[in-house]
Design a protein around this ligand. Structure first.
Ligand code: R5P
Length: 332
């Protein structure tokens, strides 16, 4: 049974917050966010939170620092107003890619963000497809990293060309690609990606056979689109069929990303609404909502229930899993 919960949202993604509230059959409580002329952020909660489970919905996507500060300010307001539990629902977790040091004298910003969230008073974090699982280890509070893979697979099923292969654009996404492949009954191909600067990438090897096959390239996020553009180039050079589908959880589409992905071979691009999506006139784009997933998580957390069932969808055919295991052994 759900306890006395209250739902607030920052300004990052009002459409998703409203969809979650609708799924739950509750209304969003008023939270006013203001910016001072010098850029400082302040918030005001429109209702009492004393002793209640407070769910704060805020993705920390672009502008990342503003959205993060809004979240921290909301948490501080809740804590000072004697909230019971403070649960941050952060569908897209900004700074997650800074999860380790790549060179000397660099920060680990994901760890810094985790420290800030905990210092502010967050008791529990719910997020979706966290860039790296080890980020959970930067926290000493519960972190539920849900996955949008089952939701995206439901949208993809029946829309993929026959004999398609699932492509991981780099080594970091092999586990996610394997989950897609198991659900869709397809083999996995892995690309070896080398990153130059923050937006420069190159694919050096294609591990697996893509000749004459349509490809589903998966990723946790699309930022500038460079990773995917390079992946498409490498797959076509390896004689893949010119029929590409893309699926990614977080669609940031920074700068020229849409132009980069407007390739004649790209049939469909599936993303979720973890970050705000403006009405797109770009025909390949299909936005799938994670509102039901997040609403189910909120319902369970509010009732102190298990989140185990949220990782399931239709049963995966045993045959697909078997084919996949062989493929996994080859590519790893
Ligand atoms: C990298 O490790 C991530 O999983 C994504 O592949 C990457 O961040 C996407 O960024 P972009 O679209 O700018 O290449």
């Amino acid at each position: 049974m759900m306890t006395d919960l209250i739902l607030f949202a920052g300004t990052a993604n009002p459409a998703l917050a409203t969809a979650i509230a609708t799924e739950l059959g509750v209304r969003l409580a008023v939270c006013t966010v203001d910016r001072f002329p010098d850029g400082e952020t302040t918030v005001q909660l429109g209702e009492s939170v004393r002793g209640r489970d407070v769910f704060l919905i805020q993705s920390t996507g672009p502008p990342v620092n503003d959205h993060l500060m809004e979240l921290l300010a909301c948490v501080d307001a809740c804590r000072r107003s004697a909230a019971g539990r403070i649960i941050a629902v952060v569908p897209y977790f900004g700074y997650a890619r800074s999860d380790k040091r790549h060179g000397r004298r660099e920060p680990i910003n994901a760890s810094l963000v985790a420290s800030l969230m905990q210092a502010a008073g967050i008791d529990h974090v719910v997020t979706v497809d966290l860039h790296a699982a080890q980020i959970e280890g930067f926290f000493h509070i519960p972190v539920d990293s849900l996955t949008a893979v089952p939701t995206l697979c439901q949208a993809l099923r029946d829309r993929l060309p026959p004999e398609a292969v699932v492509v991981s654009p780099d080594a970091g996404r092999v586990k996610m690609a394997t989950e897609y492949a198991a659900r869709l009954g397809a083999p996995v191909v892995v690309l070896h990606k080398r990153r130059g600067g923050s937006a420069e990438t190159a694919v050096t090897h294609v591990v697996g056979d893509v000749r004459g096959r349509a490809c589903l390239i998966i990723d946790d996020m699309i930022s500038t689109g460079e990773t995917l553009a390079q992946a498409i180039k490498a797959l076509l050079a390896a004689d893949a069929r010119p029929e590409i589908t893309i699926a990614a959880t977080h669609g940031l589409f920074i700068g020229d990303a849409l132009t980069r992905l407007s390739h004649e071979t790209v049939r469909r691009v599936f993303i979720t609404d973890t970050t705000a999506q403006t009405e797109s006139t770009w025909p390949p784009l299909q936005v799938v909502s994670v509102a039901p997933l997040l609403a189910a998580a909120i319902r369970q957390i509010g009732a102190d229930g298990s989140l185990g069932d949220l990782f399931l969808d239709a049963p995966v055919p045993a045959q697909a899993v078997k084919a996949q295991e062989g493929c996994e052994r080859q590519s790893c």
